[in-house]
Each structure stands twice: as C-alpha cells, then as structure tokens.
Design a protein around this ligand. Structure first.
Ligand code: SF4
Ligand code: SF4
Length: 183
C-alpha cells in the first residue's frame, strides 16, 4: 500500500473586489515601478504585471493579473457579457501569449508575470495591494495540504523550466529522448 506524506504549502492570492475598483491605476503604476531597474527609478504601466480593463460607459474596471507565459495561442476563447456589454474574447485572459501585446515587456517582448512582489522579501504584502486605497485588492495566504507526490511533480516542472530557459526546449527534449532510449 502506498503511503502519502502530506506537507503544508502556503498559497498566496490576491482577491479582487471589482465593485470597489475605481480605475485609478495606482496598482499598474507601482507594479511597474517596483520592477524597474534600478527599483523605483521609473514607472510605465505598459511594464506592469497587472492591468485594469475599463468599460467607460458603465464605469466598470476589472484588474487582471499577469499569469503564465504560453508559447501557443489557445484554440478556445471565452466571451464575457457584463451589464449587457460584450468584452472581447481575450480581455480577461491572464496569459502572455503570441496573439496579443498584453503582459509583454514593451522593448524586449519578453513575457511578464505577477511574482507577488517576492523579489522584495521585506514587503508584508504585495505593493499593488498596499497602494490600492479603495481596498479592491485583498491579499490572502491560504495553507493547503500538499502530498509528497505533488511536491515532486512541481520540483520536476520547475527544474525543467529552468533548463529550458537556459538551453531551449528542443535541447531539453532531445536530452530526455536520448536518456529514455538508454533505459
Ligand atoms: S489601485 Fe485598486 S482601485 Fe485603483 S485601479 Fe488598481 S485595483 Fe482598481
Ligand atoms: S503582486 Fe506585485 S508583481 Fe503582482 S501585480 Fe501586484 S505589484 Fe505587480
């Protein structure tokens, strides 16, 4: 019988209260500033890892956080209708993907992803949360059970991502293929 070892893992999230967002874009400004080089030397919302989608007629603002990079466009798209207004299919998507410019570094085109401000360990909470005076962004830490198996898979994923970043996916795939043939 297989015995699963459980450990606790802290999952960090930012809950969004859309009803409170007033579209001030302070979250975009401070996010781009903390990621500027040197830190806080400039701000350009185009470099932010959060962007606020605006619907001017009904005065709706929706903050969207940058998620994972994806090398290929997805085949299925979702349409959202809020208060009778239809939003374009990719409006609320969190991915940095080839089909649009959102969540890409404007100069280099490199993908941007929200890192929960972990690059600054002195922060008590992500800076966009601190700067959101309307309390539309709420930082939460949730403890979840994680099995040893899940942990191993996540470590493997992280290791492969790091190798791919350094050598490119085709080299990693070739190496795995060679090793599998040796087994
Ligand atoms: S700082 Fe808060 S209120 Fe302002 S745009 Fe961002 S989420 Fe909305
Ligand atoms: S948590 Fe930090 S990295 Fe993520 S959007 Fe907010 S300011 Fe940017």
């Amino acid at each position: 019988m297989k015995i699963e070892t459980k450990t606790k893992k802290v999952v960090k999230t930012i809950r969004i209260d859309v009803d409170k967002c007033n579209g001030c874009r302070a979250c975009e400004v401070i996010c781009s500033a903390i990621h500027a080089v040197p830190k806080f030397s400039s701000n350009n919302p185009a470099r932010a890892r959060v962007r606020v989608i605006r619907e001017p007629l009904s005065d709706i603002y929706v903050p969207v956080f940058a998620g994972e990079y994806t090398a290929a466009e997805c085949a299925g798209r979702d349409k959202y209708v809020i208060d009778g207004k239809e939003y374009e299919e990719c409006a609320f998507c969190r991915a940095s993907c080839p089909s649009r410019d959102a969540f890409k570094e404007p100069d280099s085109g490199l993908p941007l992803k929200c890192d929960m401000c972990e690059s600054d360990p002195t922060l008590q909470e992500p800076l966009c949360v601190t700067w959101c005076l309307a309390d539309a962004l709420i930082y939460e830490e949730v403890e979840v059970d994680e099995t040893a198996e899940q942990q191993a898979v996540e470590e493997l994923d992280a290791g492969l991502q790091a190798l791919a970043h350094k050598h490119g996916w085709s080299q990693v795939i070739d190496a795995v293929d060679r090793m599998a043939k040796k087994d």
